[in-house]
Design a protein. Structure first.
Length: 414
């Protein structure tokens, strides 16, 4: 008997498929489970592959509690179906049996497409474009594939050897060309890509920490969470008191890493309640186990110190009658601190775009139209480069959608 049989027996195969609707990728779990019950694992894997090319990865890091499991009918009868475990099992079986991703069609044969960046959106776009028959090349600025998966998610959440092996298999199976240590704007540029490729996809992400715009940001001891994670540029935290501002996974990941690196005390300050935190519920609980503390309904309004961080000034928050979050008057208080980390979001590092090849909007993101096309005819973009929908599954979905748009563009053009 397979070790997944007892779990899939619990699936109710709901007609309205709430888990599928809640999944950013639209993975058809009920249909997959039906095939698994019939022991048709390869067919189940092929159905899963219709919507995702990274099931082994998403099954590990997706916020299932806020997506598929949150909407699972079984949740209201006891315990939601463990969708991540099912997806991971299928990915493992596919790997063991060397099942390759099925091709979709040959509509992009003889078309050359450049994908800049190898995070979730770039990898997904590249894979789907290759499955349409395109000759795809990925250009990655770092020495390894994966983007934020490799350089933004800590080892304790996503093992790097596992990630690298998974990505290498994906690239090999689809005959995608890979060029590492190739940063856009330095090692490669728009002129080169425009001359050599029929279409260009930007999926570099937006991993420059957004500043809070408060006094004291220039002091020593102030850091951006994105940079700390991506470049492993941590200071010595021994006996240090550290505060991290933010409520997403970057804030939680950063706090956990800092605590594990020997900080005396690490506290996440979030302006809303715990239930409103966008971070995964599981990751919040794991952070608490690591000893990370939390302060909710609190805003940091000032960083204090002569040349380095000595204190942070905070203020309590509440919702007014119009349901707007506001600072509570005269609720200011100070907390002693050695370091302060901003993890409230990210913006595009637009220093790469020196020739005006794409337009940046007022929110610091690359501007795209309804066809996911930038201000340049050949360039499409998705993922964190264009929006704040930061989960891996959301980025992957946008990469898949972009692949569809690029396909339509090229088929019509040629």
């Amino acid at each position: 008997m397979h070790n997944y049989e007892e779990e899939i027996k619990r699936c109710l195969n709901c007609l309205n498929k709430p888990c599928k609707q809640a999944c950013p990728l639209g993975n058809d779990i009920p249909r997959i489970v039906v095939l698994m019950k019939e022991d048709k694992l390869r067919e189940a894997y092929e159905v899963l592959s219709e919507t995702t090319v990274l099931p082994a990865i998403c099954s590990k890091i997706c916020p299932h509690d806020k997506q598929c499991k949150k909407n699972c009918t079984l949740k209201f009868k006891g315990q939601a179906l463990n969708v991540g475990d099912i997806e991971f099992l299928l990915a493992e079986v596919a790997n063991k049996n060397d099942w390759k991703l099925p091709m979709l069609d040959n509509s992009l044969k003889n078309r050359k497409i450049a994908v800049i960046g190898s995070g979730p959106s770039g990898l997904t776009a590249a894979a789907f474009l290759a499955r349409y028959g395109a000759d795809v090349s990925i250009f990655e600025k770092r020495e390894k594939l994966g983007g934020v998966l490799m350089y933004g998610i800590p080892e304790f959440r996503l093992e790097k050897d596992f990630l690298q092996n998974t990505l290498e298999r994906l690239i090999r199976d689809l005959n995608i060309k890979v060029f590492l240590n190739q940063k856009y704007g330095e090692d490669i540029n728009y002129e080169f890509l425009n001359e050599n490729y029929d279409a260009i996809f930007f999926g570099m992400g937006a991993n420059k920490s957004k500043m809070m715009g408060i006094p004291g940001e220039e002091l020593n001891g102030v850091y951006g969470g994105n940079e700390l994670l991506e470049y492993d540029s941590h200071p010595d935290y021994t006996n240090k008191v550290v505060y991290v501002s933010g409520g997403g996974n970057v804030a939680v990941d950063t706090a956990r890493v800092i605590k594990r690196r020997g900080a005396k005390r690490v506290t996440i300050v979030y302006r809303r309640s715990e239930t409103e935190m966008p971070a995964d519920i599981k990751e919040i609980e794991e952070a608490k186990k690591d000893g990370v503390e939390f302060v909710f309904n609190t805003n940091v309004v000032k960083i204090l110190g002569d040349t380095k961080v000595e204190k942070i000034e905070c203020v309590k928050t509440k919702y007014n009658e119009e349901k707007q979050l506001i600072n509570v008057e005269k609720s200011n208080f100070e907390l002693a601190a050695d370091c302060f980390v901003m993890s409230i979001g990210s913006i595009v590092d637009n220093t790469s775009f020196t020739n005006g090849e794409v337009e940046i909007n007022k929110f610091g993101k690359v501007l795209i139209d309804e066809n996911m096309k930038t201000s340049s005819e050949k360039i499409f973009a998705a993922g964190n480069l264009v929006s704040d929908n930061s989960s891996a599954a959301m980025a992957a979905r946008s990469g898949r959608d972009a692949a569809e748009k690029i396909k339509s563009f090229l088929v019509e053009k040629y």
